[in-house]
Design a protein around this ligand. Structure first.
Ligand code: SAM
Length: 272
């Protein structure tokens, strides 16, 4: 597949990405937060970009230190891969708007403000028919939803030392779901569950969406809508682990099988 050593593949993650890739015929892939590359190296897409401020790759990678190499083509290894050692914010600042991706995986810093920024930046560099996958979208327990990773692990070990989740930490990434629901009505999404991995959010642009705010002619009504959006935004800070337990429908959960049959229909429809 490429010139890198074999790793322990994160099966459900790569399966999902590779299946989406084969259905839409993806040619470019971006992964924010790559760590050792347990997902990245197994993604079968020709052009791949990897971003991480602290790679833990199993090979010595000189190119990972070259921070100024984000170009239009950006392909710098013989396997058609670009490594950018830096934060996602730094990466997107340097990335040219003409560089577009078919699939983007967001798996960097597990905080909702950072992930929401990664999402907004990703949308600028996503092909019209592209897909974004967001990892860590559902906390596995109440500790996992803490914003502080160390506090999450320490609290779990203290209160539930036999927990099967051990060092798992998803942070408060889940808060971006109401954000997407409220502020991005032109996006469609679902939370795809797997029997062998944690759920992930998959989202894509709705076809033929018209922004209702833009079509409103009366400024006062427009102002009213903007005001309610602002208030909702302030309330998002209050969303916690208990809130999502009581509002699961917002996640639009489905299993892999249903998602892929829907995706086939969707792309078949779009090709017409
Ligand atoms: C959960 S790991 C990624 C796992 C990987 N995607 C996989 O499937 O094996 C999260 C990674 O995000 C990286 N990270 C932390 N802050 C980041 C940021 N601001 N921008 C990009 N990556 C970040 C960490 O260094 C870490 O390697």
């Amino acid at each position: 597949m490429n010139d890198f050593p074999q790793l322990e593949e994160r099966i459900s993650y790569t399966r999902k990405i590779n299946k989406i890739s084969s259905i839409i015929g993806a040619d470019s892939y971006l992964e924010i937060g790559v760590k050792c590359g347990n997902t990245f190296f197994y993604v079968s897409v020709n052009n791949k970009y990897a971003v991480d401020p602290k790679f833990q790759l199993p090979v010595k990678l000189e190119v990972a230190r070259q921070k100024d190499i984000v170009t239009n083509t950006g392909v710098i290894t013989k396997s058609g891969t670009l490594f950018f050692e830096g934060t996602s914010d730094e990466f997107f600042k340097k990335l040219k708007p003409t560089v577009k991706f078919d699939i983007i995986l967001l798996d960097g810093l597990h905080l909702y403000d950072q992930t929401y920024r990664d999402l907004c930046n990703s949308l600028e560099n996503l092909n019209q028919r592209g897909f974004i996958i967001i990892d860590d979208i559902v906390p596995c327990d109440k500790y996992s939803a803490y914003r502080d990773q160390q506090l999450c692990v320490d609290s779990r070990n203290k209160v539930e030392p036999d927990s099967r989740y051990k060092s798992a930490w998803q942070g408060d990434v889940f808060k971006i779901v109401p954000f997407i629901n409220l502020f991005h009505p032109y996006l469609d999404y679902c939370t795809v569950t797997s029997t062998d991995g944690f759920p992930q959010l998959v989202l894509w642009r709705r076809k033929d969406y018209r922004n209702p705010i833009e079509s409103i002619k009366f400024p006062s009504i427009k102002h009213q809508m903007m005001e309610s959006t602002r208030l909702a935004s302030e309330n998002i800070n209050a969303i916690d682990f208990d809130w999502i337990k009581n509002n699961q429908s917002i996640f639009q959960v489905c299993n892999e099988e249903s998602f892929f049959s829907y995706l086939k229909e969707l792309t078949g429809y779009q090709k017409q």
